[in-house]
Design a protein around this ligand. Structure first.
Ligand code: C5P
Length: 234
């Protein structure tokens, strides 16, 4: 794969002070952070202000899903508070995705989409009236994402090879469910090691608990980065 795989740490902690302690412990070795609903709902834009003040980059994982105008305004707001990557639900449909793409262009921010949540299996999809298999549905929504002009998706390790085959190496893939060899899987079912994800062409690996909950987060991050660096071309 021509593009390098970057590490992004998921700041899944309840307290701002814990989040910032972690960021300070990890230091310059980690540039990218994912800020999700737990931290942002409680502490809001100050989380991004603190991260940006430390020279870090932020993926604001809010998964916007609303009417096109609302999503487009939400993206503008996210851009104003310093988000570098912002995401929306591809389920919002082509018009919403087009509005998201336009807002991304206007703000100069990277707007990507979520296809099918990994908590949705065939039975869950069926219950909401979707007859397609999870893989078919992922592909359909990823196509809509690309056609709308958005540059990539969040995807599971399982979907990564399929999306790479379909859309090539230019399409951004942000891949959670990463477990270094020997780490506990927790509730993640479709997992890959950092090296496997790099090999499969992930643009970013999103790593939470294996770093955030490690006894020594900096050492855990260093091990992941070393694993990435050992993959040919990375
Ligand atoms: O702790 P862990 O490494 O499992 O964290 C992965 C992060 O990626 C969490 O923030 C989780 O919510 C997120 N995520 C995921 N699976 C998806 C989409 C997002 O685990 N399909």
């Amino acid at each position: 794969m021509s593009e390098k795989t970057r590490l992004m740490v998921a700041l899944d902690v309840p307290e701002l002070t814990d989040a910032l302690n972690l960021v300070d412990q990890l230091g310059d070795q980690v540039e990218w952070y994912k800020v999700g609903k737990q931290l942002f709902t409680h502490f809001g834009p100050v989380v991004l202000k603190e991260l940006k003040g430390r020279g870090r980059k932020v993926f604001l994982d809010m998964k916007f899903h609303d009417i096109p105008n609302t999503v487009s305004q939400a993206i503008r707001s996210a851009a104003l508070i310093g988000a570098d990557i912002i995401n929306v639900h591809a389920l919002g449909g082509p018009a919403m995705l087009a509005a998201a793409a336009a807002a991304g262009k206007e703000t100069g921010k990277t707007v990507i989409a979520v296809t099918v949540l990994t908590s949705m299996d065939a039975e869950q999809l069926n219950a909401i009236g979707v007859q397609a298999s999870p893989a078919e549905q992922v592909l359909r929504l990823a196509r809509l994402t690309k056609e709308a002009g958005l540059p990539g998706v969040v995807c599971s390790a399982l979907e990564l090879p399929m999306l790479r085959r379909e859309f090539g190496t230019e399409f951004l893939t942000l891949v959670p469910g990463i477990r270094p060899a020997g780490a506990s899987a927790g509730d993640q079912k479709r997992i890959m090691t950092p090296a496997q994800a790099a090999d499969a062409g992930a643009s970013y690996i999103i790593v939470g608990r294996p770093i955030v909950a490690a006894p020594e987060p900096a050492a855990a991050a260093r091990a992941v980065l070393e694993e990435l660096a050992n993959v040919a071309g990375n």
